[in-house]
Design a protein around this ligand. Structure first.
Ligand code: AGP
Length: 369
């Protein structure tokens, strides 16, 4: 086992640090920015259906569902097709309206999640095309879908998903770019510019990982907190959900993720000097709005930990702690902004003496309802 951990104390830490490589592996042979090429073999025979779909339905559970939420923003921004993101466990029992014109994407690291598998069977019985985004080759979901793309993140052992999440987002990003280009909703020049930016993401993830020592110091300060709030907007809203899930899973601290603007509709009542609030406040279209949300928390003496874009001075002047990630296209930010949140949950859990790789009550794949 020590050999498998490759010198790391836990699989989770190894997997967090593997992300520059796992994302590059996921894009290898698919993305060639220099020649303006992006090819997903699994999509080839289904591109027509995908391109002409009335609607994209994404179904998944847990972290994979969070990747699906990021994809909702991606598909709608680049390809202008309406998207619905469904918890597989709800979808399968809701008698949902599905037709042959729907393109269903099922996301699963393990490819064995019972609820996701059942959602696939249901959608299939209604004539929809089902596309799988799985990590485990030959898994049940990979076999049950009409076509798919593997994430190629390599085996993920830690129960808390990390590198599978960023690989899922990488595949979904490539799908959205291909779709947008084919449908003409993305111009050639924008497409090529985004392909180049995407190719540079592994190096930026490497840079984001260097925040680790700062994250560890912050973890030491807040490890005994009883609650955490994670707030983000736009592409960073699913990241807030994912950050909160990671903390809950492995450190057993209660954490909630919210869209930052929803704070005033309830969660703001929770804020006092005991409450750490993690803001994902990167420079994007909602930056100014997030800055005013930070001010609201500060006015109520909440403790602010902010993930910001490198060189940010405004939030730095307001927050108790900042963690920087490199600048990138707004749509690619989740691949970077989630990194310090993974590290934060990891360090807090270690400091609390929790079993990081095998948290209580959780299994790596949930093969029962
Ligand atoms: C993630 O950290 C969780 N352990 C869990 O939410 C997981 O993402 C979920 O059970 C879905 O699993 P899957 O991707 O293998 O289908």
């Amino acid at each position: 086992e020590a050999i498998e951990k490759g010198g790391y104390e836990h699989f989770m830490l190894k997997e967090i640090n593997e992300q520059p490589k796992s994302i590059a592996d996921c894009m290898r042979g698919r993305l060639d920015a220099k020649n303006g090429r992006l090819v997903l073999g699994g999509l080839r025979d289904y591109m027509n259906k995908f391109q002409n779909a009335d609607r994209i339905i994404i179904t998944a559970c847990g972290t994979s569902w969070h990747a699906g939420l990021v994809a909702e923003y991606l598909f709608e921004e680049f390809a202008r097709i309406p998207v619905e993101v469904e918890y597989a466990s709800e979808f399968r029992y809701r008698n949902p309206v599905i037709s042959e014109k729907d393109f269903v994407i099922a996301i699963s690291q393990s490819g064995e999640t019972a609820d996701t598998l059942a959602a696939i069977e249901l959608a299939k019985s209604k004539g929809a095309t089902i596309f799988g985004v799985c990590n485990v080759v030959g898994s049940s979901i990979a076999r049950a879908t009409h076509a798919g793309c593997y994430t190629h993140a390599g085996p993920e052992i830690g129960v808390a998903s990390t590198k599978a999440f960023t690989a899922q987002i990488s595949v979904l990003t490539m799908m959205a770019l291909m779709l947008g280009y084919q449908r003409g909703t993305l111009t050639e020049s924008k497409y090529v510019q985004l392909l180049n930016e995407l190719e540079g993401i592994p190096a930026k993830v490497e840079r984001a990982l260097t925040m680790n020592d700062n994250v560890e110091k912050i973890a030491a300060i807040y490890k005994d907190s009883r609650n955490f709030l994670y707030l983000g907007r736009g592409y960073n809203f699913p990241v807030a959900l994912e950050g909160a899930l990671k903390l809950k899973e492995i450190s057993y601290i209660h954490a909630e993720g919210y869209p930052a603007a929803e704070m005033k509709h309830g969660p703001i009542a929770l804020i006092d000097e005991e409450m750490p609030v993690v803001f994902i406040a990167t420079k994007d279209t909602s930056y100014e709005k997030v800055v005013s949300n930070i001010q609201e928390v500060k006015a109520r003496k909440g403790k602010i930990i902010a993930v910001v874009t490198e060189g940010d001075t405004v939030v730095r002047g307001m927050a108790d702690h900042v963690l920087e990630v490199p600048d990138t296209a707004e749509a690619f930010v989740p691949l970077l902004s989630v990194i310090p949140l993974q590290q934060l949950s990891y360090h807090i859990a270690v400091m609390r003496g929790c079993n990081v790789d095998q948290p209580r009550n959780l299994a790596k794949s949930v093969t029962v309802e």
